[in-house]
Design a binder for this molecule. Structure first.
Ligand code: ARG
Length: 548
């Protein structure tokens, strides 16, 4: 019954507590956290039959006590569950292309994917985080030739991606007047495919240097991976699939190339092997999915990749299905929209180039530092605070809207301390921390046990307190829903609601001037708020500062 109730009314349990009906509902509302431990107290819910209706009433004080007790008992585990126990989920995200700028478009895959991985982990799934690096293709033949002809080792080492990308552009410029370059590049790529020592070493070096740069960004964002096996890893594992496609009668020859005709499914024709025999992005994805199933096993294999690749994903998942891999439907493309500039077009720098992710993060930090200094925010380490708040703001903004929607990146909006932003929610956490710190300075015990010592929770029945407790109590449902829909924005909005409700509670009601149970109860609600915001932010990959 309680579980049903919490499912039906996760947020809107606004029945009043004054009325009492036919008696307590049993069993008690499910514990909003990890284990289903035995109920310690009687139910806060009362049900009453009125004609054809069954009305539920909640005792506000009991409800608040239950929620607060769950949160303070479970701490960092509050909101987690065992839903996914025994099931492995693969989350592939970020997957940038080596020797190419890591731009703002990759931000979304990185941030959304990392959050989904955290959420699934919190829901009890065993999560494998994969980065399917774009580290293979004929372009590496060109890069090898460019480097041999006019490259310089020190220059690459000083700024790997920028330099390699510059060489690549220059290769094309030179190739216009000197077509022999293209031929040389094809030969270099063929050598790379054969595994010739020199070509392989150069390619590996490009990859390592690029990865070093990516890692700087990942570290800044607190993002990690279990594997960086990307496209190159599958380059020698493809024979089998062209054979399988062949014997399944799916492969057709068209202009010397091999294709799968997906017209009957409205998906066009998929090019599997080029006329020169080289394999393609899509073939590597087919090989990668089968490899994942055979080597890791999975309940779901999730790909966090932009909507521009919708057709690509629909094609290869369909091909797997036609090949008879019945788990094809467990491969899920979690798509997302674009990051736009103020003019509504794709976000660009002033000189029309793609905006680099490191530049965005560094700018976020320096802009936040200015705001912190201007506002006189109290902190013992301005730079650390600026990094926590600035990067948190960018991440939070990216996760704020439904992922499928495009969004306009606007600095004033991202860093607005009063809007529905990362800094606003972090500020709620820091406010709660500050109240608890002051209480401690006054000699009060704010540890979980002491905060749960109140007998009488009637101090928590005001509208503001009850609204806050309801939102905190609904966090576990928000986590579940976010996981089911692969939609971190559900959580982003939920923690924003909690922070707003805390702000109303905090402004309306005194806490520290009180005494006895009234003070204990309000402090415990403050502590539960702090914990709920912290847990929610953690799942989004945003830190929760103690001071702000
Ligand atoms: N490297 C690709 C890009 O930057 C994204 C890879 C997506 N993942 C995949 N399995 N196809 O566009």
């Amino acid at each position: 019954m309680g579980q049903l109730l919490s499912a039906l009314f996760p947020k809107t349990l606004n029945v009043r507590g004054e009325e009492h009906g036919d008696g307590p509902c049993a069993p008690k509302v499910g514990l909003r956290g990890a284990q289903d431990t035995a109920p310690s107290v009687s139910s806060p819910f009362v049900c009453k039959a009125t004609g054809p209706y069954l009305n539920f009433f909640v005792d506000r004080a009991d409800y608040c006590r239950d929620v607060i007790s769950d949160v303070l008992t479970l701490g960092d585990r509050y909101g987690s569950s065992e839903t996914g126990a025994g099931r492995r989920v693969i989350v592939e995200y970020s997957s940038p292309n080596i020797a190419k700028p890591f731009h703002i478009g990759h931000l979304r895959s990185t941030v959304i994917g990392s959050s989904i991985a955290r959420i699934m982990d919190f829901l009890g799934y065993e999560v494998l985080r994969l980065n399917h690096l774009g580290d293979y293709g004929t372009q590496f033949g060109k890069l090898i030739v460019a480097y041999r002809r006019f490259g310089n080792r020190e220059e690459v080492e000083a700024a790997p991606i920028e330099t390699l990308n510059k060489y690549y552009v220059e290769f094309h410029e030179r190739a216009e007047s000197d077509p022999s370059l293209e031929e040389e590049a094809r030969a270099a790529f063929a050598a790379l495919e054969r595994g010739d020592e020199e070509e392989l070493a150069l390619w590996k070096w490009f990859r390592d240097e690029s990865l070093k740069e990516f890692t700087v960004v990942y570290d800044m964002m607190g993002v990690s991976f279990d594997s960086f096996d990307g496209e190159s890893f599958f380059s020698d594992k493809m024979e089998r699939f062209t054979d399988e496609l062949e014997s399944a009668g799916l492969l057709e020859t068209s202009d010397g190339a091999q294709i799968v005709d997906l017209d009957p499914y409205g998906l066009g024709k998929a090019l599997i092997k080029k006329s020169d025999g080289s394999t393609l992005y899509i073939t590597r994805d087919i090989a990668a999915a089968v490899y994942r199933k055979e080597h890791y096993g999975f309940y779901k294999n999730i790909y966090v990749v932009a909507t521009q690749q919708n057709l690509h994903f629909r094609q290869w998942i369909k091909i797997l299905e036609l090949m008879g891999y019945e788990w094809a439907s467990d491969c899920v493309h979690v798509a997302f929209g674009l990051v736009l500039g103020d003019d509504g077009g794709p976000m660009k720098t002033r000189d029309g180039k793609a905006v680099l992710l490191t530049d965005v993060l560094n700018q976020a930090i320096s802009k936040t530092k200015e705001i912190i200094l201007e506002k006189g925010v109290v902190t013992d380490n301005v730079d650390a605070a600026a990094a926590q708040i600035g990067i948190g703001a960018v991440v939070f903004q990216d996760l704020h809207n439904n992922r499928i929607k495009d969004y306009v990146f606007n600095w004033d909006k991202v860093l607005n301390f009063d809007g529905e932003t990362g800094p606003y929610v972090q500020y709620g956490h820091a406010r709660a921390a500050s109240v608890l710190r002051k209480a401690e300075e006054q000699g009060l015990d704010v540890s979980g046990n002491a905060l749960l010592s109140a007998e009488d929770y009637s101090a928590a029945v005001s509208d503001a307190a009850f609204d806050l407790a309801k939102l905190i109590g609904a966090l576990p449902d928000a986590v579940k829903e976010a996981g089911e829909k692969y939609e971190p924005s559900i959580l982003t909005r939920h923690v924003t609601d909690v922070a707003q409700a805390f702000s109303a509670f905090y402004h309306d009601e005194p806490i520290l001037p009180l005494s006895g149970d009234a003070r204990t109860v309000k402090l415990s609600l403050t502590s539960a708020t702090k914990q709920a915001i912290k847990n929610g932010l953690k799942l989004l990959g945003v830190s929760a500062p103690e001071r702000m």
